[in-house]
Design a protein around this ligand. Structure first.
Ligand SMILES: Nc1nc2c(c(=O)[nH]1)N[C@H]1C(S)=C(S)[C@@H](COP(=O)(O)O)O[C@H]1N2
Ligand SMILES: [Mo]
Length: 541
């Protein structure tokens, strides 16, 4: 800051290195973007040190997800599928870059204005971090420190932008010029480049440092690697021969954990240390129960084949997967707590604040509703709920399959609402009977003659007792069913079609264990699951 006179202000255009206004503005925008990168990098590093839940971009993204209504969640999944998180992060990065560029341009002309915008952005990050379910007292610290670093970076970058040739300034307005004093032009330009490189380097180093440190303090990873699962007290029955239809191109009966669909509201996978994990069972119970991980591992665990499905799965979609789970029956745990007669629901809560409302009756009847610790003979992968999640046959995941579960409140549907119920989805979510054609895929060239049509059908806890295929507007023909592993799993089917040349539409429908035929009525996923028959259009040469 300096006092100046019309004469000295006017003399700026004498500098050999003055640049056109557009260039100066472009450099200011670049300074803003670099300052944002420094902010986020430093915040990331500080977060790794003091408050992993306080990474501003992640916290803002998760807060955004929390504010997402049913139709938008549905639309995001429809467009991006399980890449919806990547799409969100890319979108946020673009918005932040645009705002940061604006802050740079504003700050070049009026420092206070640009600085206010930077501080406002940091405040949004800090507030979002504080609003997270798992926020500690230090949650806003990464945003504050990052924001301060960003301001310093912005200031020193802007100081190095050579001035455009100044128009002669009227005496009255030029009395006080708050612009930082620029060094002589040519030198200034070189020093801007140097400062820009320093800022970019700082952003990169702090981001990488934060990531590295995050890995070091990731106790959950290490605990998972060291964990040996106990032998089940009751093992899953061996899969019957012929659970696979034997048709090439049909998805495997057992979904490898690495291919298992992932749906949750967490942008960063929660790190839950089994050493300190506890599950509290409370609410409308005679006896509060607290379970440690060691107690859970020492209990009589059972294995079960269960197919999970997401309510957001569209007709023919792939947000469904089948695994062998190892866990403790919720029936046993709840029996120890002794629910009161007026209770009809269990609200489960995850370490990151997600909640699901599950009918108490479903968690206490004879089915294999589990507090699961194992998936396909291994500890749960972190993204699938390590160390403990719920798995409930027959219900969509959003009302039952709480990952990173830490709390079970026995309550009533009339008294409590779960995460997605607050956002417009149904309080209860039994899985609707579904079937899909996996081969032939649409657009695959086919030859006239025998063609294998095959796929998977599911109606968890009711079972699949029939699948039929229809060609164009013809009669429904029964498909051959593969062996059934359990009423809680999906079931493969196949149909030998004698294809004639031309364009055809293949349609499938299933019948469940209660003799009900899958409805033709089309419904979109919100509010309680998609329905309608899956059809595939093919051309036969
Ligand atoms: N903590 C937590 N658990 C959660 C969710 C979530 O957002 N947070 N999503 C649920 C939903 S909508 C589904 S479909 C299943 C998906 O489980 P998966 O990711 O292991 O396939 O997890 C459920 N459990
Ligand atoms: Mo879901």
């Amino acid at each position: 800051m300096r006092l100046t006179t019309p004469t000295t202000a006017g003399s700026r255009d004498q500098h050999a290195g003055s640049v056109p206004v557009a260039v100066a503005r472009g450099l200011a925008a670049l300074a803003g973007v670099l300052a944002a990168a420094v902010t986020l990098g430093v915040a990331h590093l500080v977060a790794a040190l003091v408050a992993p839940e306080g990474t501003p971009l992640i916290a803002v993204g998760e807060a955004f997800i929390d504010l997402t209504p049913a139709w938008l969640k549905d639309a995001a999944i429809a467009v991006f599928g399980t890449a919806d998180k990547v799409a969100l992060l890319v979108g946020m990065a673009l918005v932040v870059a645009a705002l940061a560029a604006l802050a740079g341009v504003l700050a070049r002309r009026r420092w206070g204005l640009g600085a206010t915008l930077v501080m406002a952005l940091a405040a949004v990050g800090g507030l979002a971090a504080m609003s997270r379910g798992d926020a500690g007292a230090l949650a806003p610290v990464p945003s504050i420190v990052g924001g301060a670093a960003g301001l310093v970076a912005l200031r020193s970058l802007l100081r190095r932008i050579p001035d455009p040739p100044a128009a002669p300034v009227p005496a009255e307005t030029a009395a006080v010029d708050l612009r930082p004093l620029p060094p002589p032009g040519a030198l200034a330009r070189r020093s801007f480049l140097t400062a820009a490189l320093v800022a970019a380097g700082m952003a990169a180093v702090s981001t990488a440092g934060g990531r590295l440190l995050g890995q070091v303090v990731r106790t959950a990873d290490a605990a998972r690697a060291a964990l040996r699962l106990p032998r089940p007290a009751r093992a899953a029955p061996p899969l019957p021969a012929g659970v696979e239809a034997g048709a090439p191109g049909v998805v495997p009966f057992v979904t490898p954990s690495s291919d298992f669909y992932r749906i949750d509201t967490a942008l960063l996978v929660p790190q839950v240390d089994p050493g300190t994990w506890e599950l509290r069972v409370h609410g409308l119970v005679e006896q509060d129960v607290t379970l440690t991980f060691a107690e859970l591992m020492g209990s009589d665990l059972v294995e079960a084949w269960v197919t999970l499905a997401c309510v957001s799965n569209p007709v023919g979609g792939d947000l469904v997967g089948n695994a062998k789970w190892l866990g403790y029956p919720t029936r046993e745990l709840l029996a120890r707590a002794r629910p009161r007669p007026e209770a009809d629901m269990v609200l489960s809560t995850s370490a990151d604040g997600f909640t699901a409302s599950t009918p108490l009756a479903v968690l206490t009847d004879s089915r294999d509703a589990l507090l699961a610790v194992g998936m396909n003979d291994e500890p749960l992968p972190l993204a699938h709920g390590f160390p403990v999640r719920m798995v409930v046959p027959g219900l969509y995941g959003y009302v039952s399959a709480t990952k990173w579960v830490v709390d079970l409140e026995v309550t009533r549907f009339a008294d409590r609402r779960a995460y997605w119920t607050d956002r417009g989805w149904s309080a209860e979510g039994p899985i609707k009977t579904a079937s899909r054609i996996e081969v032939p895929r649409p657009g695959t060239p086919l030859r006239a003659g025998p063609v294998v049509v095959a796929g998977t059908a599911w109606a968890q806890h009711r079972g699949i007792t029939g699948v039929e295929v229809r060609v164009d507007d013809g009669a429904w023909e029964p498909a051959a069913l593969a062996a059934e592993a359990s009423v809680d799993t999906w079931r493969q089917w196949s149909y030998r079609w004698d294809a004639s040349s031309g364009d055809h539409r293949l349609t499938v429908r299933a019948t469940d264990g209660t003799d009900r035929v899958q409805t033709a009525e089309r419904a979109s996923p919100a509010p309680d699951g998609a329905s309608g028959w899956h059809a595939v259009d093919v051309t036969v040469e």
